[in-house]
Write a protein that binds this ligand. Structure first.
Ligand SMILES: Nc1ncnc2c1ncn2[C@@H]1O[C@H](COP(=O)(O)OP(=O)(O)OP(=O)(O)O)[C@@H](O)[C@H]1O
Length: 755
């Protein structure tokens, strides 16, 4: 499908003329029939037009877009925030740009303009020519910026999508002021006037730089070697770089090396192309100058020539990246003094403006200006949408859990070194809706079926349990008008004495499914906790006044039924059809179906409640010879409690309990390359599908998707070596998707299924 979309107000208003006189005739003479030609009629209209068009068509869509970068941004933002219309995957959308705006940053990066003479009509048709010649399309990296309010404001963070630039400091101030000059100066000179007006401003903020998933550390450009090197403050065990202000310039680009045909502010984007989704950051901090040690009007005025030299050199093929200070604090290309420009390549960054510096609160995303609230922050990360949606956390993600009910199908929880984050996953974006500080590494997580997502109700409710490395258990809750509450239980003598490897709420559909939580541990115990030993569950939502991170409502400590097993336990699973049984696996190849209610008083006699024991023969043989086997993870098929799946080593096993035939499973090899399997998860919405991950980094971060009808899995490769999948689960949404933890990144990937 071919859609021709133009903005009659872009640049000098020539988009329609160019289309009518050149583009449409050229397409026609090459046998390309355009399905629709349409003009934007108001700001924001481009996104609406495109989303309508996408919703009406199944086939791949090519958009001939005659506009500037702002209209492209509206298209991408529209697509990113559009509601799914129930299709498993929306059609692919590609853009053929016809540069008709003021700056045309993306077009002039893809097709660098002639240095001599004006850019003529032939130049403006290069992208159309490439389309007609079946030239290659380039996947766009998106910069996703979330603007968060202070926690006390109780507001949801706002997300902005950009395909060119995200900035603060001088560039954001210039864009803000140049908008008011647009009428009297429609051309580029309005940016120069706005720059003069803002030349002595410095911006106070704290900044964090986060590495890209595929690069362990943050990179910085080294003019001596003309290459990127590891940032001296970024180490593989502690890669996040903290930068203090004040900042004079702070600008981050994706996809482009310039913001106007000649203004090459991030030239390394094309000179040293990145191999994955990254931001190129151009930073100028006056305190890096050997002659600046305090912030006064005088030092600010004295610094203006340095700033102009940087911006001026950006117009000379991006020469500013090699500037160094001499001993007089002048920016030169000589000597080996401190760098004037810090040119960073990273996966994302965080900007936390100092409260009393109002100017530091302006943020520009592809020309649109937003204000970061007082005590708020902006977090930007780079992502390629076709590779799934990514959410970059500030620390390693160790475990994840997905919510399983229809009302919570878009929620994912992440467990890190010290906290639990709850995220809401939309089609093309992810936002954080709750954050619980635990203070110890999270080892297991489970959502309560009472959880209701903000997408399902304004009266939403988050409830989940977490286990931490100090063997503590925590009940976590959050409501729209309350702060997060953390209620600790299971500590001391009554709790586990080994790492808690997995947890689940009880199965079934009744009130018990929100009352009991099972935990399994290296200490060989299955414990089933009654969260409300003295209370009626239905009336137990915390009251609005009684909350606070450290002051949970008074409540009785949960009590536990304890069941001892012969070996350390690795996983525990419940089933929607029963609140009486749990599926438990151990490290040696045994998988048990237990009836935990049969004889809770007789803790020592595990035979009385062990209903079925399934044996994985290869694992049992190996472990009886003292060889430890990776994996040991079992899962219950969602639509049939007779079907149990497990992974031990590289093999998966499937048992049908109704036809046990001596207990032998059907087995298959998920990783013939000898990689050890780790997690086994059935999909809850596509019951014949299951997925297995490996923790071996030998072939990168892999998940195999199996269908019970076929023997060959489909492999999803989420990241190259040395990354690996720490944990994953299926989202319970109708669109089949997997949420996986890879390093610091939560990756959401669509899974192709035969519907
Ligand atoms: N019919 C319209 N009337 C008024 N404004 C419009 C109309 N259609 C779109 N717009 C607005 O025009 C803005 C500017 O468009 P665009 O970015 O394409 O041109 P530009 O600003 O001249 O170019 P560049 O972004 O490359 O500098 C868009 O952000 C959009 O909101």
């Amino acid at each position: 499908m071919l859609l021709c979309l133009y903005n009659p107000t872009s640049g000098d208003g020539t988009a329609k003329k160019l289309l009518d006189e050149h583009v449409l005739p050229l397409l026609q003479s090459n046998g390309k029939s355009v399905d629709k030609v349409i003009s934007t009629e108001h700001p924001g209209h481009a996104g609406e037009i495109l989303v309508d068009f996408v919703n009406q068509h199944e086939a791949e869509i090519v958009v001939i877009l005659a506009s500037g970068d702002g209209t492209l941004n509206e298209c991408i933002t529209g697509l990113s925030s559009a509601e799914s219309t129930g299709r498993s995957r929306p059609p692919k959308v590609s853009f053929v740009l016809v540069p008709s705006g003021t700056a045309n940053a993306l077009y002039s990066t893809l097709f660098p303009p002639p240095q001599e003479g004006p850019a003529d009509t032939a130049y403006r048709l290069l992208s159309i020519q490439s389309f007609l010649a079946n030239g290659k399309t380039i996947p766009l990296t998106l910069a996703i910026t979330t603007l968060s309010s202070p926690p006390s404001a109780r507001k949801r963070p706002q997300a902005k999508i950009s395909s060119v630039v995200v900035s603060t400091s001088l560039h954001a101030s210039i864009l803000k002021d140049s908008e008011t000059l647009r009428k009297e100066m429609p051309g580029l000179e309005r940016f120069k006037v706005a720059a003069q007006q803002n030349s002595t401003k410095w911006y106070k903020s704290w900044v964090k730089l986060i590495p890209a998933p595929g690069a362990e550390v943050v990179q910085i450009y080294d003019p001596s070697s003309k290459s990127f090197i590891d940032h001296p403050d970024s180490h593989s065990n502690d890669p996040i770089v903290d930068l203090d202000g004040p900042f004079a310039y702070f600008l981050s680009t994706v996809n482009v090396d310039r913001l106007e045909p000649a203004f090459m502010i991030s030239p390394l984007a094309s000179r040293i192309p990145a191999t994955e989704a990254t931001c190129d950051l151009v930073i100028v901090r006056p305190f890096c100058s050997p002659t600046v040690s305090d912030d006064t009007l005088e030092t600010r005025e004295a610094f203006v020539p340095v700033l102009w030299k940087v911006l001026g050199d950006a117009y000379h093929q991006g020469a500013h990246v090699d500037l160094r200070y001499n001993e007089n604090g002048e920016a030169t290309t000589e000597g080996d003094g401190p760098l004037v420009v810090e040119y960073i390549r990273c996966g994302g960054w965080e900007w936390i403006p100092v409260d009393d510096d109002e100017d530091a609160h302006w943020l520009c995303t592809d020309g649109a200006i937003s204000k970061i609230e007082t005590e708020g922050r902006a977090v930007c990360s780079a992502a390629v949408p076709d590779a799934g949606v990514g959410f970059m956390n500030s620390s390693e993600i160790y475990v994840i859990a997905t919510a399983k009910t229809d009302d919570s199908a878009d929620l994912v929880a992440l467990g890190t070194d010290h906290s639990v984050q709850v995220l809401q996953v939309a089609e093309n974006s992810i936002k954080s809706i709750a954050s619980f500080h635990i203070g110890s590494r999270i080892t297991a997580l489970a959502f309560s079926p009472r959880t209701v997502s903000p997408s399902a109700s304004d009266d939403w409710f988050i409830e989940l349990t977490a286990a931490s490395a100090n063997f503590g258990l925590h009940l976590l809750t959050k409501q729209p008008t309350n702060n997060e509450t953390v209620f600790a239980f299971g500590g001391g003598l009554s709790g586990h004495h080994g790492r808690v490897n997995d947890m689940t709420f009880c199965g079934g559909k009744g009130v018990d499914s929100t009352r009991y939580v099972a935990t399994v541990s290296d200490d060989k115990m299955l414990m089933v906790w009654d969260l409300y030993p003295t209370q009626d569950v239905s009336s137990s939502r915390a009251s609005p006044e009684s909350t606070g991170m450290s002051s949970p409502p008074p409540r009785a400590q949960p009590t536990a039924y304890v069941m001892a097993f012969p070996h350390p336990l690795t996983s525990v699973c419940s089933h929607p059809s029963s609140s009486k049984e749990f599926l438990v696996s151990d490290t040696t190849g045994s998988v048990f179906v237990t009836d935990w209610r049969s004889d809770p008083d007789d803790e020592a006699d595990y035979d009385s409640w062990r209903l079925v024991e399934l044996i994985e023969p290869y694992a049992l043989a190996a472990t009886s010879m003292g060889i430890s086997v990776p994996g040991g993870w079992a899962s219950w098929r969602a639509d049939n409690a007779d079907i149990v799946g497990a992974v031990y080593n590289s093999r998966y096993s499937l048992w049908n309990i109704s036809q046990l035939q001596g207990g032998k499973p059907t087995t298959g090899n998920s990783f013939p390359q000898g990689l050890g399997g780790h997690r086994f998860r059935w999909s809850s919405t596509y019951p014949e599908y299951f997925a297995i991950s490996t923790q071996s980094p030998a072939k990168g971060a892999l998940i195999n998707i199996h269908n019970t009808a076929y023997t060959q899995p489909t492999t999803l490769t989420l990241a190259p070596r040395p990354h690996f999948v720490r944990d994953f689960d299926w989202l319970a949404s109708r669109t089949p998707r997997i949420a996986a933890a890879v390093g610091r990144t939560l990756v959401i990937v669509p899974v192709a299924v035969d519907a």
